[in-house]
Design a binder for this molecule. Sequence first.
Ligand SMILES: CC(C)(COP(=O)(O)OP(=O)(O)OC[C@H]1O[C@@H](n2cnc3c(N)ncnc32)[C@H](O)[C@@H]1OP(=O)(O)O)[C@@H](O)C(=O)NCCC(=O)NCCS
Length: 173
Amino acid sequence: MFDLIPIARIAPDRIESLLDAAFGTDRHGRTAYRLREGVTAICDLSLAAAIGDELLGSIQCWPVTLAADDGTRVPMVLVGPIAVSPAHQDVGIGRALTRAAIARAGHGDIAGGDALMLIGDPDYYGRFFGFTAERTGRWRLPGPFDAHRLLALGNGVPDKAGDVQPRVSADAA
Ligand SMILES: CC(C)(COP(=O)(O)OP(=O)(O)OC[C@H]1O[C@@H](n2cnc3c(N)ncnc32)[C@H](O)[C@@H]1OP(=O)(O)O)[C@@H](O)C(=O)NCCC(=O)NCCS
């Protein structure tokens, strides 16, 4: 059985290698990466799955905001990347990582913890965790994305038009 541990215990280059293996080395051009520019991952919501020294999977979560057209700013949490080593996929590691991050977001005092978002496969993130595109239809992102893959979860998810942006510390609200 694997353990879920703080991602900070794993050397960053090992996480990068895992992400390359799961998503490919061209992953940095994805729109989700533009939402992470200039911010650091939320420690409490960023985890690794490991057996001893063997890294099996990881999840990182990031502070973002919806700068709404009505002038309000709604803090949210960008979930992902979620990656599982190809040799260990389909045995529940991705589910365990994602469920742990969702639970921590719901219990902790984390800005945006009630408004989780990601760009991903609805067949996975909807089926297992309840993410939907119901309230994301009027969101704009800093790059291309498929509308049906822009998903959100939580009571605080804003159903408004606006730009999703990285949330830097000066913009914590
Ligand atoms: C997607 C990913 C995080 C899932 O983690 P995992 O540990 O392999 O998957 P789990 O064990 O939690 O869940 C397995 C179930 O999810 C399904 N599943 C896995 N990836 C899926 C996807 N992209 N879309 C739909 N279903 C998926 C499997 O078919 C399996 O279903 P079953 O239980 O009915 O057999 C992992 O496979 C991964 O890192 N993949 C590479 C990156 C990727 O393709 N991401 C796409 C999603 S954005």
